[in-house]
Design a protein around this ligand. Structure first.
Ligand SMILES: [Zn+2]
Length: 285
């Protein structure tokens, strides 16, 4: 069964209560949107260990952790909590499925659809730099503090949408686009450490990757200016650059991505978007 998630749903708070746990309280709490693209913050007893679908999840000393589900995540998942006393509890999670906007465009000149071969080596190098920056799992806790939009402007593109050009499905759009004039300040959506700062990537243009800890990162793209350097610590709301139309962009905007490790999450689910935002499909991808 497919279910469309409304643009601005209520925050879903899940409290999974397990009878007979040590203090009689919740053995596992999860807050966030249990849906494709969703980021969830969990809590277990200090000292407990957590696995999601068999993979170990990093847990802070106070029992907090973060998980996320990708654009096309299947509905059924399992969280396993190993209590400090060795007892194991399993919790089934049902992730809500979403429907994404699909747009077909035909009759385009072929060279605008396929990356020219002379760019492939450069593209591979840049992709690997982004992947490495996002793969860093630090013990920062900036993800606990929530997120803000990286710029003021019009929401011109949303997560999950996909174009089919000349019959070829393109890589889906994983970002939240905020369009505003070139030079508009871009701020850090949450605190962290800058892991990548490059002025001129082929598709992304000026790009920043900020590590918020526990594998959660923000990527900011198409920047006309970058004001921070790799290794620098940034605060939530601090200006890190400016909006531009660098790389493959049809107009000035910032494309904001959120990752949990390699999983691409929906930034639109962790900020309060203006009503009606994202209902118009973007021209700026
Ligand atoms: Zn975009």
């Amino acid at each position: 069964m497919r279910r469309t998630v409304p643009i601005r749903p209520l925050i879903l708070l899940l409290m999974l209560l397990v009878a007979g746990s040590a203090q009689g309280g919740a053995a596992l709490e999860l807050a966030g949107r249990l849906t494709q693209g969703g980021l969830l913050i969990g809590r277990v007893a200090p000292g407990a260990r957590v696995r999601l679908d068999g993979d170990t999840v990093r847990v802070a000393p106070d029992g907090r952790f973060v998980i996320g589900f990708g654009r096309d995540a299947p509905p059924a998942h399992m969280i396993e909590v190993t209590q400090p006393d060795g007892g194991i509890e399993r919790h089934r999670l049902e992730v809500a499925l979403r429907q994404y906007r699909i747009e077909r465009v035909d009759g385009l000149p072929e060279k605008t659809v396929t990356l020219p071969p002379e760019y492939r080596a450069r593209r591979a190098r840049e992709t690997s730099m982004v992947r490495k920056a996002r793969a860093i799992i630090s013990d920062r806790l900036d993800w606990e503090q929530g997120f803000i939009l990286p710029a003021r402007g019009r929401i011109s593109g949303v997560y999950g949408s996909q174009r089919i050009l000349n019959g070829k499905p393109r890589w889906p759009h994983y970002g939240l686009d905020v369009a505003a004039p070139t030079g508009t300040p871009v701020v850090a959506p949450a605190g962290g450490i800058v892991r990548l700062a490059e002025p001129d990537f082929l598709l992304e243009g000026g790009i920043l990757v900020i590590d918020h800890g526990f594998g959660v990162s923000s990527t900011l793209m198409h920047l006309s200016r970058i004001d921070v350097a790799v290794g620098e610590e940034v605060k939530k709301g601090q200006q890190v650059g400016a909006i531009g139309a660098t790389g493959r962009a049809t107009g000035p905007h910032v494309d904001w991505r959120i990752n949990w490790r390699a999983v691409r999450l929906d930034p639109g689910l962790v900020v309060d978007l203006p009503a009606g935002a994202g209902t118009r499909q973007t021209e700026a991808r």
